[in-house]
Design a binder for this molecule. Structure first.
Ligand code: NAP
Length: 493
């Protein structure tokens, strides 16, 4: 059994960023656990063709580690993964990383004042646990009758098999979200035929992605301030969308006009266009940028099945019209388990109850990071930190500062136990939820994974992101119980 000061769970943007901040503060007694075979989190796990970030790369990167060498304004997955891998090397994180190490159970031991953590590679204990599991990390595959008997290949976009060759294959793709709109145009180019199952059409905007010129890269390298300015410009333009998303969703009708013009230009057939046009307010689900989605759907080797996939047979899928469509592969682009993250079943607090049992389907955190009853635990970009308009890396960095300030406070006060007060958590969530009824996510007339099974919006941050930064800039110790547990008994090694 090893015994560490801090156990970070997850080696994506959140976990790696946390490791960097700890090292910069001279803290070396930490490990970063990740179940995957390399660092990078979602950017290592998602390798489907076309995978790209729809947030501009100058902003979707750490503010303290700009990359002047992005090849495109919106980088593709391999490049983002290389960026993260490079960061892990550059900041000396790799000796701290334990790969293929999945946390299967974590229990707070009140007497020892430590987390007792079980992993797929054996147990360890930690004084503090920092969970950065990512909100979009657990693939969701619907339970479809007959799927087990399907004789072809089954994939999920977030668990891609790069060895499977789609050339000349007949493929069914289930879903039309962010992952599908990137994968389908690539599959369409090589497959014999693609059938896309569309349950709800997404709103698609023109994409402004383009290659970064050599001159731009050169200038970014020579004058880093220019890249900071470009980053700032993108950030503030994105923030301008908040009033419409949060306060006045009717303003989004103007954005719908642009999306309608986009589809009118790319889908000439009015009957098909009508079926591909959403009937809910834009922004209710994530707005997706693509210039390739509609051209792929109107390609001769693609057809759209309008409805969900409800039945699979050994040789293929059954369309909503009841017709068997023989296929070689089914691609599930069906998203993630967001409001019921499995890690919530594994983390048990002071009284032994798991997070999932405490939450009962409606996760609640204080400032998206701490939870009453779960001492010495912080999440990075936990619930209600999700964004539809800006970069999650900004939220992650805000949390890194918050946690570092908490550690400093514990250090100067000589305390070794920190737990948010239940009343502070309740008041925070009441304030947060009071903002939700007006937002486009709650009023837009769509069903989305932003809303949990009890009808609460437990995923999104309903405000400007700079407000989040403001609120997490300093650790608000008065909302926590900070205690010195004497003696801080160390678990037997
Ligand atoms: P998603 O947005 O949750 O989309 C899942 C899709 O599957 C939806 O179209 C859903 O239809 C459909 N679906 C689910 N079950 C179905 C069934 N039985 N039959 C037919 N359709 C079914 O998942 P995602 O596309 O993986 O994206 C999830 C999130 O990941 C995004 O919102 C984004 O935050 C992130 N992401 C980001 C990027 C990026 O560029 N930055 C790329 C990929 C993913 P309904 O709409 O009817 O539920």
């Amino acid at each position: 059994m090893s015994d560490v000061g801090i156990a970070i769970v997850g080696a994506g943007f959140g976990g790696l960023g946390m490791g960097i901040k700890l090292k910069q503060a001279g803290i070396e007694d930490f490990v970063i656990l990740d179940r995957d075979s390399d660092v990078g989190g979602t950017w290592h796990a998602n390798t489907y063709p076309g995978c790209q970030c729809d947030v501009a790369s100058n902003l979707y990167s750490f503010s303290f580690a700009p990359n002047p060498d992005w090849s495109r304004t919106y980088a593709l997955q391999p490049e983002i993964w290389r960026y993260l891998r490079g960061i892990a090397e550059r900041y000396g994180l790799l000796p701290h990383v334990r790969l293929e190490t999945e946390v299967t159970d974590a229990r707070w031991d009140d007497e020892a004042n430590r987390w007792q953590i079980e992993t797929s590679q054996g147990p360890l204990t930690a004084e503090l646990m920092i969970a950065a599991p990512g909100g979009l990390s657990e693939p969701s595959v619907p339970a479809i009758p007959g799927l087990d008997e399907f004789e072809g290949k089954v994939l999920h976009t977030a668990r891609w098999d790069g060895d499977y060759d789609f050339t000349g294959k007949r493929v069914a793709v289930v879903g039309t979200g962010a992952s599908a709109i990137q994968a389908v145009p690539e599959l369409q180019e090589v497959a014999e035929h693609v059938t896309v199952f569309q349950r709800t059409p997404p709103w698609i905007m023109p994409h402004v992605d383009r290659p970064v010129t050599k001159l731009e890269s050169h200038l970014y390298r020579r004058f880093p301030v220019l890249q900071r300015l470009a980053r700032g410009r993108t950030y503030w333009l994105n923030e301008m969308r908040v009033p419409a998303f949060v306060y006045q969703p009717a303003l989004l009708k103007l954005v719908e006009k642009i999306a309608r013009r986009h589809i009118a230009r790319q889908v000439p057939d009015p009957a098909l266009r009508a079926k591909l046009t959403p009937d809910y307010r834009i922004g209710c689900k994530r707005i997706l940028p693509s210039n390739k989605w509609y051209p792929a759907l109107v390609a001769p080797n693609v057809d759209v099945a309008f409805g969900g996939l409800e039945e699979v047979r050994p040789s293929g899928v059954v369309t909503p019209e009841g017709e068997l469509r023989e296929v070689d592969a089914i691609v599930f682009a069906t998203g993630f388990r967001v409001t019921d993250l499995p890690i919530a079943d594994s983390i048990h607090g002071r009284d032994g109850t798991s997070l999932a049992d405490v939450w009962q389907g409606s996760p609640q955190m204080y400032r998206g990071s701490s939870i009453a009853g779960f001492p010495n635990l912080f999440f990075i970009a936990g619930y209600n930190t999700g964004l539809g308009h800006n970069s999650i890396v900004f939220m992650i960095e805000s949390h890194l500062n918050y946690v570092m300030d908490a550690l400093r406070r514990m250090d100067v006060t000589g305390t070794n136990r920190v737990e948010v007060r239940p009343d502070a958590q309740a008041a925070y969530n009441a304030r947060l939820q009071a903002r939700m009824p007006r937002t486009v996510w709650n009023t837009g007339g769509c069903a989305s994974w932003y809303i949990d099974r009890n009808g609460r919006n437990t995923t999104m941050w309903p405000d400007f992101t700079w407000r989040f930064w403001q609120e997490t800039r300093e650790f608000d110790a008065e909302r926590y119980e900070l205690t010195a547990v004497e003696p801080a008994v160390r678990a037997a090694a």
